[in-house]
Design a protein around this ligand. Structure first.
Ligand SMILES: Cc1cc2nc3c(=O)[nH]c(=O)nc-3n(C[C@H](O)[C@H](O)[C@H](O)COP(=O)(O)OP(=O)(O)OC[C@H]3O[C@@H](n4cnc5c(N)ncnc54)[C@H](O)[C@@H]3O)c2cc1C
Length: 457
């Protein structure tokens, strides 16, 4: 790929684009509302991060809150498995931007969590023949990836509905043949967005907001932050909502455990469930909401944790990148030896390969991931003594990983989902907050926003 230098123009243009779209968003999630809600009944569907933060806020304001959760546990896409001897995070793994104003930083502080910075620069990338790249070659990949995205930002006009892939094909086609850049587009962009570059919007591929600070992991297990949030809340587990009725007299929620009635309902069903229409709304959701639900992207990211009897990889390096010939196939690995005693490598599949991996059974997925490791470390790859895997697009209460701005979708689609419906039904969840979509802090803030909307009535 021809190296394109990152110009001041693109920084200014990015900023302009950001300012324009932020002005169009309305979410008042950072304002504080308080009111006495005693005597008001509020139902919350889903005990993930957004449902819990909304419930906590409303409970603190005196409302009678009940959470209805389909799964037999709380947390939704924040869930930790401790069976490998070190925490395996099935969903959220990192606190992105752990600055003081990130609400998840506060949650981590509340439990005195050990936070470990995962340094992005501590990384070895292996080429398609399994040879490690030099630090200089790695730097070139980073620069080329960054410059390519800056070039796309420069070229696109507001209103462009192309996918990232199609924009690259038009403005820098040689990049599509560059193994290094294609790897970075998958391991960085597709991983961070949870969709494939063939579907991600070129215009909004990085228009969202981020808190400051290098990403951290909670070495004692991420799901430990849930207990203080859920403490004392009335949560009905294994309660599957099937129908949501709302009208001027209140709301009626039908479940496998009977009928629940209340004054208001906050619905934090994941975007995958809203897209599937598995839960019925009466009256149906407004057309504008339905259109936005269809337009916002929802892909998958697959994780596999392989535990070996001994480490055959450089144990002090945080990440290993592998330039697999199939884009997105186990191309990024986290080394557990940098924060635990366990010989675990955590592999990731993203983009179009994630749903393919999701559909493999655990044994096939393990064999598939091992093939990639053997391309790098050959016969040194030892025997797997235990493993864990995720299949998010098959999870019947989620149907995917996290939302992203798909080609043709706009930030205002996320803002649309944040709009109250008949002042009875309020949507929450990571897919209703453009600024922080696809993150745990986004989910938290969306729950606070929905609670504030009720408090402000
Ligand atoms: C693989 C993966 C990696 C991720 N990595 C990160 C990361 O590193 N950092 C980060 O910040 N974020 C990450 N995320 C995103 C983060 O986990 C989510 O944004 C966040 O947890 C979503 O919270 P939520 O409340 O919106 O939805 P959820 O947590 O999905 O909660 C919705 C709840 O609704 C329930 N539900 C569904 N259907 C019904 C029904 N019919 N009746 C009753 N209940 C129902 C579900 O069981 C679920 O508990 C990751 C997600 C995944 C999947």
């Amino acid at each position: 790929m021809t190296k394109i230098s990152f110009s001041a123009i693109s920084i200014a243009r990015r900023q302009l684009l950001k300012t324009a779209l932020m002005a169009s968003l309305t979410a008042p999630f950072n304002r504080t509302f308080a009111a006495d809600l005693s005597g008001k009944k509020i139902l919350i569907i889903g005990a993930g991060m957004s449902g819990l933060s909304a419930a906590r806020k409303l409970d603190d304001n005196g409302a009678e809150v009940q959470i209805l959760e389909a799964k037999p546990h709380i947390g939704g896409r924040l869930r930790t498995d401790y069976g490998l001897g070190a925490p395996f995070e099935l969903g959220a793994g990192w606190v992105h931007g752990p600055s003081a104003n990130n609400p998840i930083t506060q949650s981590a502080k509340n439990i005195d969590a050990n936070l470990m910075v995962t340094h992005d620069a501590s990384e070895i990338i292996y080429d398609q023949t399994g040879n490690p790249l030099t630090p200089q070659q790695r730097e070139v990949i980073d620069d080329n990836w960054y410059d390519l995205l800056a070039l796309i930002d420069d070229e696109l006009e507001i209103g462009d509905t192309r996918s990232l892939y199609n924009a690259i094909k038009t403005f820098a086609p040689s990049a599509l043949k560059d193994e290094g850049v294609m790897w970075a587009l998958s391991a960085y962009t597709e991983f961070s967005k949870g969709g494939s570059i063939e579907n991600i919007s070129a215009l909004y591929h990085d228009a969202d907001e981020a808190f400051d600070g290098e990403d951290v992991i909670l070495t004692m297990g991420y799901d430990k932050i849930l207990a203080p949030l859920a403490k004392g809340l009335n949560i009905r587990l294994s309660t599957l909502v099937t129908d949501i009725e709302y009208g001027k007299n209140g709301v009626a929620i039908y479940t496998n455990k009977g009928l629940y009635k209340a004054d208001y309902v906050i619905c934090s069903l994941p975007l995958g469930i809203l897209k599937s229409a598995d839960v019925a709304f009466e009256p149906p959701l407004p057309k504008a909401h339905k259109t936005s639900i269809n337009k916002i992207g929802f892909g998958s990211v697959t994780k596999i944790a392989l535990k070996f009897d001994q480490a055959f990889w450089p144990i002090d390096t945080q990440y290993f990148g592998v330039q697999t010939t199939i884009k997105g196939r186990w191309n990024y690995w986290l080394n557990y030896r940098t924060f635990s005693q366990q010989n675990i490598l955590l592999g990731l599949s993203m983009g179009d390969y994630a749903p393919i991996a999701d559909n493999m059974n655990d044994a096939d997925m393990q064999a598939d991931a091992l093939k990639v490791l053997r391309d790098v470390w050959g016969d040194a790859v030892g025997e797997v003594i235990d493993m864990r895997a995720t299949h998010w697009s098959l999870d019947q209460h989620t149907l995917g990983a996290y939302s992203y701005v798909a080609a043709g979708c706009k930030p205002k689609d996320f803002a649309q989902l944040a709009k109250p419906i008949a002042n009875r039904l309020f949507l929450a969840g990571e897919h209703t907050i453009f600024e922080y979509a696809g993150t745990l802090h986004g989910a938290y803030l969306s729950g606070i926003r929905a609670a504030n909307q009720i408090l402000a009535l």
